[in-house]
Design a protein around this ligand. Structure first.
Ligand code: SAM
Length: 289
């Protein structure tokens, strides 16, 4: 039975092992059974699923995942947590604990080995400073992913869902929406964690698109265009693209591309939708060939 969601049980385990929270690993453990049930529910875990959990902590969510899934692999960077995990997960025979930095794990190989290369579900409650690199790595590496259900800082969850016109809209929104459908599943207050974080949190599910939502000739070029456009938010799109290296085009050619897209050359990058960035990329590519 999953028991760690009860704060008293978490405290007992922490005391038994005299555990010291490590700030550098962003350790805030969940202590709310409703939130834990909600995450597993949001991830849509079924009995035949293989689940990769990133950052299991003392195994609180892992217990729920083990009960819901066929097999769980939990990757934890902090070696001091490994004996604790071996204890709290001892009654489950469907979990493998790996003491590694997730950024160094061959996740594609893991999906191959554990799920016959079929898309896997990822569940994570991670330090917020590594959320974006991990999500991008999961998507960009071509790892077969069905969905990522992840606890993130509330503002980051909002940013992932935003479209043109919003202050929060940016390169992260476009990258997430290019690869997946983002849905905020729950907002989680500070008092659901031990110790309490200083920021509000949200659970967001990113369901990977089966087919690309836009028609773009060069994905890498599109992300370079997007990054250049948002690097200098207050500048026009034309200046952003020019200062971002110009993509082998003169200022006049860049302006021609924007005109061809159907916008005045004074437009800012934040006004463009994902489909428009894709079209702009195709236009830029056609001029550089
Ligand atoms: N999942 C647990 C929970 O909800 O109670 C713990 C969440 S805590 C916010 C983040 C966990 O991720 C910590 O256990 C931390 O040690 C681990 N972690 C941090 N960086 C990591 C990395 N690069 N790879 C794997 N685990 C990491």
């Amino acid at each position: 039975m999953a028991y760690l969601g009860e704060p008293a049980n978490t405290i007992a385990v922490l005391q038994k092992y005299n555990f010291n929270f490590q700030k550098k690993f962003g350790q805030n453990f969940l202590i709310d059974t409703h939130v834990l049930e909600k995450i597993v529910d949001a991830a849509g875990i079924k009995k035949d699923d293989f689940v990769l959990e990133i950052g299991p902590g003392i195994g609180t969510m892992t217990q729920y995942l083990c009960e819901a899934a066929r097999e769980v692999c939990a990757v934890e960077i902090d070696r001091n947590l490994i004996p604790i995990l071996e204890d709290t997960l001892k009654e489950y025979d469907n979990v493998e604990i790996k003491n590694e930095d997730i950024l160094k794990v061959d996740i594609r190989g893991l999906a191959e080995e554990k799920n016959n290369g079929k898309p896997i579900k990822v569940v994570a409650n991670l330090p917020y400073y590594i959320t974006t690199p991990i999500i991008m790595e999961l998507f960009e590496s071509g790892t077969p992913i069905e969905s990522i259900t992840i606890m993130v800082q509330k503002e980051v969850a909002d940013r992932m869902q935003e479209g043109p016109g919003s202050k929060e809209y940016g390169a992260l929104s476009l990258a997430v929406q290019y690869y997946s459908k983002p849905e905020i599943m729950a907002y989680v207050p500070e008092n659901c964690f031990m110790p309490r974080p200083k920021v509000g949190s949200a659970v967001i599910r990113l369901t990977r698109h089966e087919e690309s939502p836009v028609d773009v000739c060069d994905e890498k070029l599109m992300f370079s265009v997007i990054r250049a456009s948002f690097n200098q938010r207050r500048k026009t799109l034309a200046n952003g693209l020019k200062n971002g290296g110009g993509f082998g085009l003169t200022k006049e050619q860049i302006e021609e591309c924007i005109t061809e897209l159907g916008y005045p050359v004074t437009i800012r990058g934040e006004k463009l939708s994902l489909a428009e960035f894709a079209r702009l990329t195709n236009i830029i590519k056609s001029k550089t060939n």
